[in-house]
Design a protein around this ligand. Structure first.
Ligand code: CUA
Length: 350
């Protein structure tokens, strides 16, 4: 029944312990109110005919309903609203009271991204959060700028994130998988793009992953963890070496200066306008695509002069380059789209 209703209403998957009871209450409320409103509508329609004017100018007699009828009209809705209140309140207390044995994760919202840090140490991440399945996780959240709202539809959790204040929420994911994080509070131009992802891993796998991360075997590999590289040492350093060896840095600066290609500083997750006018976010997928098919999506103001690196970069090398680009972040609050390209050497420019 629950599953049938979920499908009828096109609701997202139920991937946390909360999801089912949130949905149950939801289904209960809308079923009762739908039945009541359809019945009211049909009754009104019937009355059009039953009480239509038969004799021109005749007036309707005064109707005095019985006390029983009045009690019914007041009592039935009151009964349902009280039941919903009791059920809702019980659930509310559950949702707002984290158990004692949670894994704590700090969440920092900022225009327009989510940053995560594990309380017990571990990999900090932007955009992607890894959590274990079937274990309670508590999120302690604050914002660096404006009000955001942390929303995971599949978990049925939503909590405002406020500057200057910590708010908390918790959940227990039930199914390993990837789930979208959305921002549910309008926070400016790129509010609609302020999404992230929760990767739910089976608990033993998560423990292993966490140990790996802590051991620094896959440093900064916050993008997948599943087929991480076997490279020992800093992936960022490795990426830097590749960037120099492959000549990337001849066209891409790492200082924020525009050059033949867009600067790599703050490139990761930067919003860029393409030649076609389309807006994109320079995420892992875009960065990797641009190495393989550099002329597919050209940032506005740049020329399609980059050669393809298809076949010249092994997958771990491409991953290392992405990690290197991700590591190049200035401390400024917001990153701005790329400035126009500079094709002339700097000293000749006016
Ligand atoms: Cu952050 Cu909307």
């Amino acid at each position: 029944m629950n599953e049938l209703m979920r499908r009828l209403l096109f609701l997202p998957e139920q991937a946390s312990t909360f999801a089912r009871s949130v949905d149950n209450l939801h289904f209960f409320v809308i079923t009762v109110t739908m039945i009541a409103s359809v019945a009211t509508g049909l009754l009104a329609f019937g009355f059009f005919f039953k009480f239509r004017e038969r004799v021109p100018g005749a007036s309707t007699p005064i109707v005095n309903p019985s006390v029983r009828f009045e009690l019914g009209v007041i009592g039935v809705p009151l009964f349902f609203f009280l039941v919903w209140f009791v059920q809702g309140y019980k659930d509310y207390v559950w949702y707002t009271t984290p158990p004692g044995n949670t894994t704590d994760i700090y969440v920092m919202a900022k225009k327009w991204m989510w940053k995560f840090a594990y309380s017990g140490g571990g990999p900090n991440a932007i955009g992607t959060l890894h959590v274990p399945a079937n274990r309670p996780v508590r999120l302690l959240m604050t914002s660096r700028d404006v009000i955001h709202s942390f929303y995971v539809p599949d978990f049925r959790i939503k909590q405002d994130v406020l500057p200057g204040r910590y708010t908390e929420t918790w959940f227990e994911a039930t199914k390993p998988g990837r789930y979208q994080i959305l921002c549910a509070e309008y926070c400016g131009t790129w509010h609609s793009q302020m999404w992230g992802e929760i990767v739910v891993m089976p608990a033993p796998e998560f423990d292993e992953w966490m140990l790996d991360q802590k051991a620094g075997l896959a440093e900064r590999a916050d993008s997948g963890g599943d087929d991480g590289p076997s490279f020992h040492g800093s992936l960022v350093e490795y990426g830097k070496r590749i960037a120099m060896a492959q000549g990337c840095l001849k066209c891409h600066s790492v200082t924020g200066e525009p050059h033949i290609g867009p600067t790599w500083l703050d490139l990761y997750r930067r919003r860029e306008t393409l030649e076609t006018g389309e807006q994109i976010v320079a995420d892992e997928a875009y960065l990797t695509d641009s190495m393989i098919d550099p002329r597919g999506k050209i940032v506005k103001g740049y020329k399609p002069v980059m050669p393809t690196f298809k076949g010249r970069l092994a997958a771990p090398e491409a991953a290392a380059l992405v990690e290197f680009i991700k590591s190049l972040r200035s401390t400024s609050l917001e990153n701005v789209p790329s400035k126009e390209a500079v094709y002339e050497p700097a000293h000749r420019a006016r």
